[in-house]
Design a binder for this molecule. Structure first.
Ligand SMILES: Nc1ncnc2c1ncn2[C@@H]1O[C@H](COP(=O)(O)OP(=O)(O)OP(=O)(O)O)[C@@H](O)[C@H]1O
Length: 395
């Protein structure tokens, strides 16, 4: 918004800009205590920052002051260096995408008219609006021909949320404010919508401020999370990894909830850790070859690979010794994970494997390495150390 996009940006416009809150407060008329008290934070350009905190902590109030749906009582807010209090509020709001749980769609307007509303307000011509509407509906996974002419009540909850996101993005704003946008849909649809938002954001690079009271949603979507306490006091503002590894205090720990260590595993990919290796042999080799590579270590297992290096079977030295051909040795490899899998997926595979090992395969299904429980435990430990958790407990 700062620079070039006042009439709706072209394809390269609309990239995120920094938002800065400087000692921003809000006291509602007639209230003794402020709803938001002296919040200072910087939301970096192009990042998704999630505000989480208990009900009534002031998340929505804080967010709505950014587009001046609520006027701050004190403090300063800048977007891309521009002081928002110096801007015309209507113009400001057209340049900031806004998506909310209740979708805010106008019931008497079609999906197309809802999505095209802001572009129309800022004066785009009809052709450009129509093209943009179709492009946006496509982007959020709704077939324009089918949905453009429908009314909101003719859509499912998840589809309405998609339209809400399409509308928020229509004028290509650099900043997107999202207030529990997926709060009203079932958990499966919610997961799908979260994935879609992440995919969109990877391409669009907006600055997104996202409010939720669901910490898992915050971990999934946030580049950073601000955990807010009463009156929007910032209890911790950091990456999901850092907050999970080392919550700043008991309040944050309580909010993070049980299973913080397990949640960390959703943030790490198999490709980021050092894989283990097991002895291998191809099906064409003699069983003795695998037996020799496995040596005499008890419980050691190896992999039989096919001619294209894809894992076929797990076998111990003894199992290799009991067959005339490796294609029948041991037991089949049931499952594998990829370098892009999360460590949580890997842990799942480890726990369901008889020998507690997950095999990792590359894009052509070829053997790359293995992950076992020790690797996963060491990763959790390293994460804790990286984020200073141990120093803290010692001091
Ligand atoms: N219009 C208003 N007038 C007076 N008080 C208000 C108004 N809007 C919000 N509040 C109060 O301000 C505080 C913060 O509310 P806010 O909606 O920002 O919290 P929140 O963290 O978004 O909560 P939730 O998760 O329940 O939506 C609450 O104590 C609320 O009662």
């Amino acid at each position: 918004m700062a620079d070039n996009n006042t009439n709706g940006a072209g394809p390269t416009g609309g990239h995120g800009v920094e938002i800065h809150l400087d000692e921003v407060s809000k006291r509602y008329p007639g209230q003794k205590l402020a709803a938001v008290e002296s919040v200072t934070m910087t939301i970096p350009a192009g990042e998704t920052v999630v505000l989480v905190g208990p009900s009534g902590s002031g998340k929505t109030t804080t967010m709505r002051m950014i587009n001046r749906l609520i006027e701050p009582t004190a403090g300063k807010i800048t977007i891309g260096g521009q002081d928002v209090l110096g801007l015309d509020p209507d113009k400001l709001r057209r340049e900031i995408g806004y998506a909310i749980q209740q979708t805010g769609l106008f019931p008497h307007m079609t999906v197309g008219e809802n999505v095209g509303m802001v572009p129309q307000l800022v004066g785009w011509n009809k052709k450009r609006i129509n093209e943009r509407v179709d492009e946006m509906l496509d982007l959020v996974g709704l077939d324009p021909a089918e949905y453009r002419g429908r009314f909101p009540r003719q859509l499912s909850g998840g589809q309405q949320q998609r339209v809400g996101v399409a509308r928020a993005l229509a004028a290509n704003p650099p900043v997107l404010l999202m207030d529990e946008p997926f709060g009203a849909v079932d958990p499966i649809t919610r997961g799908v919508l979260q994935d879609e938002l992440m995919r969109l954001q990877a391409d669009l690079g907006k600055t997104i401020v996202f409010v939720t009271h669901d910490f898992d949603e915050a971990v999934k979507l946030g580049d950073r999370i601000a955990v807010l306490g009463e009156r929007s006091k910032i209890l911790q503002y950091d990456t999901p990894e850092a907050i999970l590894a080392n919550p700043a205090d008991d309040m944050v720990a309580g909010f993070v909830g049980a299973g913080a260590a397990l949640k960390q595993l959703t943030l790490r990919r198999v490709r980021e850790i050092e894989l283990g290796q097991v002895p291998t042999a191809t099906v064409d080799e003699a069983p003795s070859a695998l037996r020799e590579r496995l040596g005499t270590r008890r419980g050691a297992i190896g992999l039989v690979l096919d001619r294209r290096n894809r894992p076929l079977r797990w076998a111990t030295a003894r199992e290799a010794g009991a067959v005339s051909g490796l294609e029948r040795a041991g037991r089949p490899v049931e499952d594998s994970v990829s370098p892009a899998s999360t460590l949580q997926d890997a842990l799942e595979a480890i726990l369901t494997d008889d020998d507690g090992v997950a095999v990792v395969t590359g894009s052509r299904g070829e053997y790359v390495g293995v992950v076992d429980i020790d690797t996963v435990m060491n990763t959790i430990k390293a994460l804790r150390e990286e984020h200073g958790a141990d120093e803290e407990t010692e001091s």
